[in-house]
Each structure stands twice: as C-alpha cells, then as structure tokens.
Ligand binder design. Structure first.
Ligand SMILES: NC(=O)c1ccc[n+]([C@@H]2O[C@H](COP(=O)([O-])OP(=O)(O)OC[C@H]3O[C@@H](n4cnc5c(N)ncnc54)[C@H](OP(=O)(O)O)[C@@H]3O)[C@@H](O)[C@H]2O)c1
Length: 258
C-alpha cells in the first residue's frame, strides 16, 4: 500500500536511539525525508548515515535539546529551509527519571520537575515552534508518543504517566485548532514494548519479563516495529480522517472497553 508520504519531510524528536530512531527508519522506508533531533551529535549523525544508506532519502541530523528554545528554533529553521518542511511531526521524548517508585515514595520535587520537563514541556516547546510552520501547507500529520499507562495505571509509573496525560490533552486541543489547515494530531500509546536495544541485553529479569507478559491477553512483549507501524500509519494519507485520537499499542493490557 502506498502511504502517500514519499517526498514529505518528517521531523522526529528524540531520535538518536530507541523508538525515535526506529520511527525515523520506518518513515524513511516509505520515502519520507527525515530531520533527526536529539542531544548526542555522534549518535544522531550515525542514525542519519544509516537512514541515507538504507532508504536513499535525505536525512539531516540536528543535534539539540528539546528543552532549549534556541535549539528547537534551529530545528525549525533547518526543517523549513533545507527540506521545505515539516509535513510530519513526530513528538517523541526521553524517559522519566529512573528508577520509578511507588506514588507516595515519589517525594522529590526535582524528579517531578524533571519528569514535567522531559515528558510534557519538551513536547509543547517543539510543537509551539514547529506547528506554526506547518500551517498553510494544506496537509500535515502530528503524532505524539505517550504511554498506555495514561489509560491503565501501571505499578510504579505515576512519575512517568502524570505528564503524559497532559500530552494527550495538549494533542487533543491541538487537533481541534489545526484541523482547518488539513493537519491531524494524534497519540500513540505504547506499553510493554521490548527495550532491549537500550543495553543490548534483555531489559528485564526473567521474572519481570514473565510478570509483564501476563499483563496482556497476547502473553508477550511488543516490538518496536509494532509501535513504528502504527505511528507510520497515522502519518499516512490513509489516516487523514483520524484526528484527536489515541491508539494503544499494548497487546490488550488496557482493561476498559471504551
Ligand atoms: N518501552 C515502552 O513500553 C514504552 C511505553 C510507553 C512509553 N515509552 C516511552 O517512549 C519514549 C521512547 O522510549 P525509548 O525506549 O526509545 O527511550 P530511549 O532509548 O531511552 O531513547 C530516548 C531518546 O530521547 C532522546 N532525548 C532524551 N532527552 C532529550 C532531550 N531533552 N532533547 C532531545 N532528545 C532527548 C535521547 O537522545 P539523547 O540522549 O541523544 O538526547 C534518545 O534518543 C520514552 O519517553 C519512553 O518512556 C516507552
């Protein structure tokens, strides 16, 4: 199926590793040119090299911090001036502070501030800078990566979840405000995704992995590919009548019917 994004420009934040890197690959595989953004210049340039070599599209690495306004402004300038974009904006972020704890044990204001900045303010900072540049093009796709823990609380995940609920709300408001410009805005809400890429080894002990698998009717962890496929679909021409929605990629973990 032709997803209709060949030649479009996609900005993918937090894309030097993990989900962001894989999403950039998935969009590039469909012919989109990509602008990558994260703090580690070397890692980011290596991802851009990989993408150019594997997919034959343009890929530009823009090293920068989502929390630094001047870095985000530079991201907008490069996306607009070098690739005439953005058409597609993927709002991925870094993780909440580690280790996660029980809610009443999360007593440190600095950790809450860090979680707010990493999970919510970073998304707002990028969106407020880049979305105005998408208006007037007649077509656009915004996809934020949140978490299914927004809909189904997971043990020890309050610090990681509270501000992602804010992202879902922000994106819903955005969808209402940018629809007139032919732009959709949606969330993808993953959970229980295998993150063994992070250390190159299994991220969980066998007991932890077994406990996680029991949380889903499918009895397994999800793959990065399964998240990227949904993000790429939401960025496609075919997803043009989906906006203000959030799609779970969590193997059925969320218990609610609606
Ligand atoms: N695995 C799951 O089941 C699951 C479920 C729900 C949600 N998530 C969320 O999905 C997101 C991605 O997860 P992941 O496993 O791919 O994480 P990851 O491998 O740790 O990658 C995080 C990325 O964020 C970048 N980053 C962090 N802070 C940044 C900043 N201030 N400015 C720019 N870039 C920044 C990092 O690059 P630099 O260090 O180079 O900046 C890196 O590229 C996380 O928010 C995670 O919590 C995961």
């Amino acid at each position: 199926m032709d997803l209709g994004i060949q030649g479009k420009t996609a900005v993918v934040t937090a894309s030097s590793s993990g989900m962001g890197r894989n999403i950039a690959h998935a969009l590039a595989a469909e012919g989109a040119n990509v602008v990558l953004f994260a703090r580690s210049a070397d890692k980011l340039e290596a991802v851009a090299d990989e993408i150019r070599a594997q997919h034959g599209v343009r890929a530009i690495a823009v090293p920068g911090d989502m929390l630094a306004q001047h870095d985000v402004a530079r991201l907008r300038r490069i996306a607009c001036e070098e690739l005439e974009g953005p058409d597609i904006l993927i709002l991925n972020t870094g993780r909440a502070p580690n280790p996660l704890r029980a809610t009443l044990d999360e007593t440190d204001e600095a950790r809450w501030t860090q979680a707010y900045q990493n999970q919510l303010w970073s998304v707002i900072q990028v969106a407020k800078e880049l979305v105005p540049a998408m208006l007037g093009r007649g077509w656009g796709r915004i996809v934020a990566v949140t978490s299914a823990s927004v809909k189904q609380p997971m043990p020890h995940h309050s610090l990681s979840t509270v501000f992602r609920a804010g992202v879902s709300t922000y994106v819903k408001h955005l969808a209402n405000e940018v629809g007139h410009a032919g732009i959709t805005a949606n969330c993808v809400a993953p959970a229980l995704i295998d993150t063994s890429h992070r250390s190159g080894q299994a991220a969980y002990t066998p007991e932890q992995a077994a406990a996680r698998k029991r949380l889903t009717p499918l009895g397994r962890m999800g793959s990065q590919e399964e998240v990227c496929g949904v993000v790429t679909f939401l960025a496609s021409r075919q997803a043009g009548f989906i906006t203000g929605s959030s799609i779970n990629v969590e193997g059925g973990m969320v218990g609610a019917i609606f």
